[in-house]
Ligand binder design. Sequence first.
Ligand code: SAM
Length: 268
Amino acid sequence: MIKIRSPRYEQSEITLPQNVAQLNVAFNGELCSSNGESFEIKRNIIDLLKKDPEKLSPAEYSNFLSITASVYEDVWRTKSLGLITGHDFPIEREMRYLYDWVEPKPNQLIVDLGCSTALYARKLKAYQSASDVIALDFSIPMLEEARKRADADNCELYLVRADARKQPFFSEQVDAIVCGGTLNEFSEVRKVLFECKRVLKPNGRFFLMHLLEAETWWGKGLQLTAKGGGVQFHSKSEINELFEEAGFQLLKQHTEGIVCFSLLTTSA
Ligand SMILES: C[S@@+](CC[C@H](N)C(=O)[O-])C[C@H]1O[C@@H](n2cnc3c(N)ncnc32)[C@H](O)[C@@H]1O
């Protein structure tokens, strides 16, 4: 049984019913926290936010459109690293980094932060079925798409609507956090990194795939448009400084063009 924390009251506990993760059976209802606060569950999605966040950047706003959610994975996500690096980069190669660096173990609690369609969450659960995987995003359309895909994969996931800046976990509760491409979209990167540090166990693992600031003139030009939409790009030294400032140690890093895989840990 997984107990998570209310995003509003730090002492308040929310117990997740185990069958809410069984996505082939529709689960609707309400969850009550230990201090009496109630949260809706609609078709297995546990809504800890209750309403959409305010003041969204265009990039963030696009994630609240059902059309983005429905095409995101097939049209963009699974091809994106090939397009961005300019060479063949099959999704299986990205997953190899994920499995080898995260090394998911039985009974671990793993969070896919800013999960969109829960690609990492689904793959990790299929790879280590004895782990508990929570797919977290603040967009209901993305979580609905995640549910459809996880159900089709026969994959048990907890789908939680929450904000990465205020995560619904107790301090030192989570074994691993994985975050594919979302670091560039967080509007408050520092806040998210400090939250990740808070919720990770000592020696916890934090796996990220993120994009660095381009060095070529044409790359900089393309990123200028994305920056206008609210996407942020840091140089490798800048982002590594932010990781360190939040209290992480860098265990591994691999870059290919502007694509960067980072594995961070928290000290024991
Ligand atoms: C680039 S997509 C993520 C892709 C996904 N991780 C993958 O590997 O395919 C960014 C996602 O992060 C979510 N997101 C952005 N800021 C967030 C926040 N503060 N809290 C929760 N989710 C957030 C968006 O709704 C969107 O679904």
